[in-house]
Structure formats: structure tokens, C-alpha cells
Write a protein that binds this ligand. Sequence first.
Ligand code: HPA
Length: 265
Amino acid sequence: MRPVSMPSPSDRRHTRNDNSVQAIGIIGGSGLTRLNALQVDRQEIMTTPYGEPSAPLTFGRLDGAPVMFLPRHGSAHSIPPHRVNYRANLWAMKAAGVERVVGMAAVGGITPPMGPGMLAVPNQLIDYTWGREHTLFEGDLTGVTHIDFTEPYCGQLRQDLLQAATRVGVSVHDGGTYGATQGPRLESAAEILRMQRDGCDLVGMTGMPEASLAAELGLCYACLALSVNWAAGKSDGPITMAEIEHQLQDGMGRATRVLAAVAGA
Ligand code: HPA
């Protein structure tokens, strides 16, 4: 079993030779199983050496800009974070030809700027997940590969997202550390305090191994996070699904505007 041939990390162009914009990949998270504004051209069922992706790849246009969309939790939102086949998802997107991928994520806010409703483009992450298939570099190998992961997100795509947000007048926080937890349960208050001491600003369940697999594949990957609740212990009372649903409905329109703007850039 071999991954696709790896481009060098510097090989992160996103335009074709004719200067037309190449499709950007969007991985939809909770609340973004469907991109309502997407005009669908076609769908492609992919198989990979790692099994099935979460759903067929959907190719279409967002405000006229070419996009490839994949809902991380499946078309019916039935795949929990620890069961997502991250390897198949990223491999399929790469094989289908995208070079830039935005991972949408619903997250809990830990530090003050990250309250419910805030959109953020994190610049660092800490991985607390366990037992997930997290690498393509295993099996039929001739040597051991250690990718550089100092900067877990693609700096160029982060800037593209921030500039796109400015263009469409959507407020987005620049930076923050994403803590990836195992789920599917939410955290205890003590776990969140520990994560805060570690330096986490946001907590979500899907940021890893998505980011590191993208790096292994040489994809330019960044996260657009929507805070949908205060993390455990950061507000009075329990975290409710009603609150999360409300924030998802409120924020996804803004997130989609940013995605459309970055897709056209
Ligand atoms: N914790 C983990 N993942 C999440 C949260 C949270 O509070 N909110 C949305 N995704």
C-alpha cells in the first residue's frame, strides 16, 4: 500500500498554467454537511488504498468559484469524529487534484477572544487524540519519514482566508491554538483548564490527524473554525445542543461567505 507520490512542501501552487483558479477543497464539519450555496456540477465516488472517504466528492461552484466539497461526518452527519476516515478523505482529495484544503470546524472557545459566534483561523495546534489512523507513512516503506510540522497550517492559505474575510466584511480572529480532543463526549472542566494551561484557545474533535495527513500529502491546509459554545467550565451550566445549533445556524452563513471569497482568490 503506497500513498500518492509526495510533492515537495514548497510545491504549493494553486493556479493552473493558464492562470485559471484551481478548485479549492472544503471539508465541511458539523453544521456544514451540505454547502447550500454550492451549485453542484458532479459527484465522484472515490475509493482509496485506505478505504472509503466520508462521502462522494462534490464538485461545483461557490459564487462562481470552483470548489470540491467533502462532508467530514458523511452526507447524513452520521460519522463521529473518532471514526472519520481522515486518511481516505485527504488521499481522495489529493488524488482528485486539489492543492488547497480548508477544514471547517465547529469548536468550543477556551480563551476570551474565542467566545461563541467567533470565527478564527488558528495558527497552532496540540493533539490530544489517540488511536486514530494518523499517518500514510507506514506499511510498505523503504525508509522512515518524519515530516516537519513546526507550522501545522499552511501560512499562505491562512493569509488567503484572512484577506478573503476582510474583502467580504466578515470578522475573523487571526491565530490561536486548536486543541484536538478525542470525543465524541465533550470535555470536563478540569480537562479544559489543563488545555488552557497548555496554551489552547479552541477545542475541537476533528483537527487531527486531518492537519498532519494534509501535510504528509503536501497539501496546503488551513482551518476555519467557528466557536459554537464556551468550552466546559467557561460558562455557567452545561453545554447544550440547542446553543450549539443556534451558533451553527448563525455562523455558517458568514463562514460560507469567507469560503466563497477564498475559493475565488
Ligand atoms: N469541545 C470539543 N469539540 C467541540 C466543542 C467543545 O466544547 N464544541 C464544538 N466542538
